[in-house]
Design a binder for this molecule. Structure first.
Ligand code: IVH
Length: 698
């Protein structure tokens, strides 16, 4: 996709190249996400390939600028491949826990006994927060990061090198003029609470399952097969140890951490040297008080003997060092009663159950509700109104129900029945097979969804109305001026409504005039934008275009979709057969057109605007104009994407499977079942040479 303002790769200087690589990383990551995760590609394969090629070309000119999140480091990686294994040269062990102060006193006493020191001999320990994430080993050879691995079972972990390269606290190269031949840095990967909150918010919006806590979110993120996804998760890292090291690490633990920090690794700034049990306990209390404000989850503090010669002498017992101990914080759990289970309706119509609890203090915060996630979660844990439950708080996250104390269940407490209608608007709430979320079908008539729907309808890819956006839509809804997309156009045509608008804050005469003009300018709208504006699930820009191109006019599309919703098998087959339209989309369309209020809203909007049909197929006069083609087998002269683009240019529709409606099947090498089907149905077949000749390619 050559943008008019795009500078030729050869003409870029280093600064412009770096900026362009940053832009491409973001843009390509977005298209990857739309394509792989949302099934809603926004650009053609050819345009996507052009972006990737441009990125590669710039990287070839400026190899030093290759970004850790560069698309070329992952594009083409086989997505189904599992992670490789990494054997830890020095096992990754774990820590003994102290829950009580007395255990800390005993830990110190044991160290002195073991080292044969007097009971009051000074021993220096470094105290540091215990991060609630997942441990990771980073191997640097001659200062360069060569592997990143998870802990695994302590002996063998998973190779997550590509993913750790996306973490900004982890340098690709140690910042030192004299790097050690080998240094394996160990530490904790974690996700900050703010990032966790945002991630779950995004996931909820995209109707993906949310993570239960930041630790799970961090673990899920480093185990992504596509490191571009990891890059978007903004993971963090604190270093706190080492494994293999040449030369061996000597001196003190705090000195080692200082050296790491000097080489560009991140070390927790809350570390502190303590010289007695009293100082350790004071540290524990102080960090406990600061815990809620740290911005990341910790589950205790760790004390480590600072002198590395003493560490060596102390050694290990079983799988834990004698020279360190984790002093945990009390779990942020409490027991309370479920007073009520209420259903909240989100902006996308998702029904989320929430438990209203008898208020209780957990970790210094009063808690009155807990998320129950979805129907399955309630059923699995069998949570009922009146139940006594154990709840848990992690950081500032909405608390969760850990378990039900079943022997305290009141007599007559009935299993919770998840509603099948929306509590906000009474429309059907449906749960497609295989999905966790039940969703309101009320769409535009559901007050919980109106705002999001209208914002979508006026958005850049749909009606694109200047001066009507995220800030104005809620204001106009509240004033009763907007309830459906058709209201936008009624507003432009109705002076009385405009007077009402003038009463609202921020709406002067000029601004209203501009808005009216902007709305009028969009009264004529291409069919694909109209389809997109309806806000049907899974219909993004690319799918809307496919539908518009296939059906041509609003009337034809509307009727065909009504037929699909009414169970007409031929209509459904025709829709499913459009190359690029997947089964989820077919279901979503059927669902939309099964609700009379959606059809009413569509017709209401269509009555206010002029929907432009798709221009007659290009390539008039070409033998493929208006025909349906299927490509199968591998073509030699051009890629499948190129062939498809060419066919479309010649006015053809390209379908994914052969049916009675297919006009030609183009057979590449090793064509299989589709070729047989063509013969069976008597559809004309072309070999690659015949196709090229008819297409006018010589
Ligand atoms: S030292 C041989 N220091 O806690 C000792 N671990 O319960 C290795 N952790 O697997 C661990 N913060 O994932 C150490 N400051 C810290 C830590 C820490 C978090 C985790 C680490 C380890 C687990 C042990």
């Amino acid at each position: 996709m050559s943008r008019p303002e795009e500078v030729a790769v050869e003409a870029l200087d280093e600064k412009a190249a770096a900026a362009e690589l940053a832009r491409l990383a973001t843009v390509i990551a977005r298209h990857d996400r739309l394509y792989h995760q949302e099934d809603a590609p926004a650009i053609s394969d050819a345009d996507y390939d052009a972006l990737v090629r441009r990125n590669r070309a710039i990287e070839a000119r400026f190899p030093a600028l290759v970004r850790p999140d560069s698309p070329s480091l992952r594009v083409g990686a086989a997505p189904a491949e599992a992670f490789g294994k990494v054997v830890h040269p020095v096992p990754m062990l774990s820590l003994d826990n102290a829950m009580e102060d007395a255990a800390v006193v005993e830990f110190l006493a044991r160290i002195r006994r073991f080292l044969n020191l007097a009971a009051d001999a000074p021993v220096e320990l470094l105290a540091e927060p215990k991060i609630d994430g997942l441990s990771c080993a980073l191997r640097y050879e001659a200062g360069l990061l060569v592997t990143g691995a998870t802990r695994g079972d302590g002996t063998t972990g998973e190779d997550i090198t590509a993913n750790v390269r996306t973490i900004r606290d982890i340098p690709q190269r140690l910042d030192t003029g004299d790097p050690p031949p080998v240094l394996e840095v160990r530490g904790e990967i974690f996700m900050e609470l703010e990032e966790f909150r945002k991630l779950n918010e995004r996931r909820a919006k995209e109707e993906l399952p949310v993570f239960a806590n930041p630790r799970n979110a961090a673990a899920g993120s480093v185990r992504q097969l596509d490191s571009a996804i990891t890059a978007t998760r903004r993971l963090r890292f604190f270093a706190y140890g080492w494994g293999a090291a040449e030369p061996p690490v000597t001196g003190s633990y705090h000195g080692f951490l200082e050296r790491l920090a000097g080489m560009g690794l991140r070390v927790n700034p809350l570390n502190r040297i303590c010289r007695s049990a009293a100082e350790l306990l004071a540290y524990h209390a102080e960090i406990g008080e600061r815990r809620a404000g740290l911005g990341y989850d910790i589950d205790g503090v760790v004390y480590k003997v600072d002198d590395l010669r003493l560490q060596q002498r102390l050694g290990f017992v079983g799988r834990a060092p004698r020279w360190a101990i984790a002093h945990k914080f009390p779990a942020q759990q409490a027991v309370t009663v479920v007073d009520e289970i209420v259903i909240q309706v989100g902006r996308t119509g998702a029904l989320t159950p929430v438990a209203r609890l008898a208020p209780i203090t957990v970790g210094g915060v009063v808690v009155g509700r807990a998320t129950l996630h979805n129907q399955d979660y309630i059923e699995e844990k069998d949570i009922r109104v009146g139940d006594t439950v154990v709840i848990q708080r992690a950081g500032d996250v909405i608390p969760q129900v850990v378990e039900v104390v079943t022997d305290r269940r009141p007599k007559g407490a009935a299993p919770f029945v998840f509603p099948e209608t929306c509590p906000e608007c009474g429309s059907h709430a449906v749960r497609p097979p295989g999905e966790a979320v039940r969703r309101c079908t009320g769409g535009l008539i559901c007050p919980a969804q109106v705002e999001a729907r209208l914002e979508h309808a006026v958005g850049r890819d749909a009606f694109d109305i200047e001066g009507l956006g995220r800030r104005q839509v809620p204001q106009l809804i509240e004033a009763g001026l907007l309830r459906s997309p058709a209201d936008i156009f009624r507003l432009a045509g109705d002076p009385v409504k405009q007077e009402a608008l003038a009463e609202l804050e921020g709406w002067g005469k000029k601004k209203i005039e501009n808005l009216v003009a902007a709305i009028e300018a969009r009264r004529a709208i291409p069919l694909d934008r109209f389809i997109l504006a309806l806000g049907i699930r899974f219909i993004g820009e690319a799918n809307a275009r496919l539908l518009a191109r296939h059906y041509g006019t609003l009337e034809a599309w509307r009727q065909a979709m009504l037929d699909v919703a009414g169970g007409d098998e031929d209509a459904r087959a025709e829709l499913a057969d459009i190359d690029g339209i997947g089964p989820r989309l077919v279901e979503a369309i059927a669902e939309f057109f099964q609700e009379p209020h959606n059809i009413a809203a569509l017709d209401d909007l269509a009555g206010e605007v002029m929907v432009e049909p798709v221009a007659a197929p290009a390539g008039g006069g070409s033998p493929f104009s208006g025909k349906t083609l299927v490509f199968t087998g591998s073509l030699e002269q051009m890629t499948r994407a190129e062939a498809k683009a060419l066919a479309e240019q010649l006015g053809a529709k390209v379908a994914g499977s052969v049916s009675k409606k297919t006009d030609y099947v183009v057979l590449g090498a090793d064509a299989g079942s589709k070729a047989r089907k063509a013969v069976e149905l008597g559809v004309e077949t072309l070999d690659e040479a015949a196709w090229l000749a008819m297409a006018g390619v010589t």
